[in-house]
Design a protein around this ligand. Structure first.
Ligand code: HEM
Ligand code: HEM
Length: 237
């Protein structure tokens, strides 16, 4: 396999081997956290250990970082490989520099979001990371499937990453709100995030199916994608 094809597989491989197992653990701990809390509210003695809440949070932090990480990686490959192919460094050097700075700044904002303790700074770094993802996604090299946004790997991925960032930003509010409003907001948003993750597995597998090995690309570009036919071998010029 060529280096370009191997690099293209990094993003899906990390998502499958690392991110999806984390999603399973986070959902399992979230269910236990809720069961334990409801049992305690009803005055029942729970067999679920009290550590499930902090385990949900600790693995939730890992999940947030890795979802943002795979989203950045998922955009880095098409952006940089197409920039090299189209010689964008010569044509638009300032945009190339801007994109490199954005990748560094978005990663740094995530690191600072982990470290920040005050609500204000958590809000600022969460916003900066989110804006970074959105501006990177707006680059012309990213295939967004705008006309089919409702089944687009890009839109689902960015939305899921933003929801993970938001979950990190509101951790203190979830614990401090006695009326559990932030807890409810968190649950509703993350049920939606879970549906988006399911969508990511389907749209990601579909997109992988539609990307050929690099040595096959010039042949497949001759196909008629509307009528779903390809020229027969022998008739190709
Ligand atoms: C797939 C993603 C997630 C789902 C489905 C989910 C769902 C839940 C649920 C159902 C609860 C229990 C609410 C209750 O007590 O009724 C919970 C609690 C909580 N979640 Fe999440 N969550 C997710 C990701 C995250 C992330 C990424 C973070 C932060 C980084 C996070 C932070 C918290 C915190 C702090 C609590 C309170 C835990 C406690 O009571 O000790 N969650 N979540
Ligand atoms: C939480 C999980 C995931 C997130 C947040 C995510 C996010 C992204 C983002 C933001 C992009 C760039 C936009 C685009 O080209 O569509 C992308 C590209 C891509 N992703 Fe994912 N993804 C995830 C999981 C997966 C999985 C499981 C697969 C495959 C089974 C996959 C396959 C791909 C492919 C093939 C591309 C296109 C890369 C290219 O254009 O060369 N992704 N992903």
């Amino acid at each position: 396999m060529d280096l370009k094809d191997t690099l293209a597989l990094l993003h899906p491989a990390i998502a499958i081997a690392f991110v999806f197992p984390l999603i399973g653990i986070v959902i399992n701990r979230s269910w236990l956290t809720r069961q334990r809390r409801l049992q305690a509210t009803n005055g029942e003695k729970s067999k679920i250990p009290p550590s499930v809440g902090s385990e949900h949070l600790a693995i939730g932090y890992w999940l947030s970082g890795s979802v943002v990480g795979v989203a950045l990686l998922g955009m880095a490959f098409p952006i940089f490989s197409k920039m090299i192919e189209r010689d964008i460094l010569t044509k638009e050097p300032s945009r190339v520099a801007f994109v490199v700075i954005l990748f560094i700044a978005s990663t740094a904002s995530m690191v600072f979001l982990y470290r920040a303790t005050s609500k204000l700074w958590r809000g600022i770094f969460a916003t900066l990371s989110g804006v970074g993802l959105i501006i990177l996604g707006a680059q012309p090299e990213v295939f967004r499937r705008d006309k089919e946004w409702f089944f687009s790997h890009y839109y689902y991925g960015i939305a899921a990453a933003l929801l993970m960032i938001f979950s990190m930003a509101i951790v203190q509010d979830i614990y401090q709100d006695r009326k559990n409003r932030w807890r409810t907001v968190h649950i509703l948003l993350n049920i939606f995030a879970t549906i988006l993750f399911l969508g990511q597995s389907m749209t990601g597998a579909r997109d992988l199916l539609s990307i050929p090995y690099s040595w096959q690309a010039s042949y497949l570009s001759k196909c008629d994608f509307t009528n779903k036919t390809c020229p027969q071998i022998g008739t190709v010029k």
